[in-house]
Design a protein around this ligand. Structure first.
Ligand SMILES: [Zn+2]
Length: 232
């Protein structure tokens, strides 16, 4: 390698410039069959490497190689979480919102609940994990603070199933015979105790039809007349 500072005004002195983790120290010339100058650079990690000017300027080389190793490690860690609670929560969220065949689609994607675009796409899970952090325990589950809001960082949190049940019973709407009401609204409508209806729906996981119509002081006459929408 012959040290040359030639090629007329094509040559730009890069000494002192930074490209990612690399700081340019000096030019070490170029090969006979390749006019691209080589630059000696010091990486943030302390290693010295020789990099061709075109690779520096187009951003292809931004470290001595330590950056790629670190990114590969991060990808491996993210990938290693595919069986984790966080990954399963992320996947389930996506299915509820985008797969019309999902049994709960009508309560999510079907009524316009959207997912933050950063949580979709190639690095969607990584962004989701960065924003939400790891789940505090295996008993925690992904929850939307406002049940009519979207899946986005400001509206999501990890809660225990018990906390979510409480939230669900307060905000969830149950569609039946053309009406879409919360548990307290349904309870008032049919003259049932809120606690009874709440238990039937959230504790015993009955269908809304069964919860509203199964006998026990339930007045069927107070139910709305059948409408266009089927009960769920
Ligand atoms: Zn390095």
């Amino acid at each position: 390698v012959a040290k040359t500072i030639l090629r007329g005004n094509k040559f730009v002195d890069l000494t002192g410039y930074r490209f990612g983790r690399l700081t340019v120290l000096e030019c070490v010339g170029h090969y006979e069959n390749d006019s691209h100058h080589r630059w000696k650079c010091r990486c943030e990690c302390g290693k010295i490497s020789i990099v061709a000017v075109n690779h520096l300027r187009c951003g292809r080389t931004r470290s001595c190689g330590c950056l790629q190793k670190q990114l590969a490690g991060q990808r491996a860690r993210t990938h290693g979480m595919t069986k984790s609670l966080e990954y399963r929560s992320w996947l389930a969220m996506r299915k509820r919102c985008s797969d019309p065949k999902h049994p709960l689609y009508h309560r999510y994607g079907g009524r316009g609940i959207l997912i933050d675009f950063r949580w979709l796409g190639k690095n969607g899970f990584k962004h989701f994990l960065d924003d939400m952090g790891p789940s505090p325990s295996a008993r925690h589950t992904l929850d939307r603070i406002d049940n009519d809001g979207h899946y986005e960082p400001s509206n999501c949190r990890w809660v225990t199933r018990k906390e979510q049940c409480r939230n669900t019973s307060r905000n969830h709407r149950y569609a039946f015979r053309g009406l879409d009401l919360t548990i307290p609204e349904w309870a008032e409508r049919i003259g049932m105790k809120v606690s009874t209806l709440n238990s039937r729906l959230t504790l015993y996981s009955w269908s809304i039809k069964k919860a509203l119509t199964a006998p026990i002081r339930t007045s069927l006459a107070s139910l709305p007349v059948a409408g266009n929408r089927a009960g769920s």
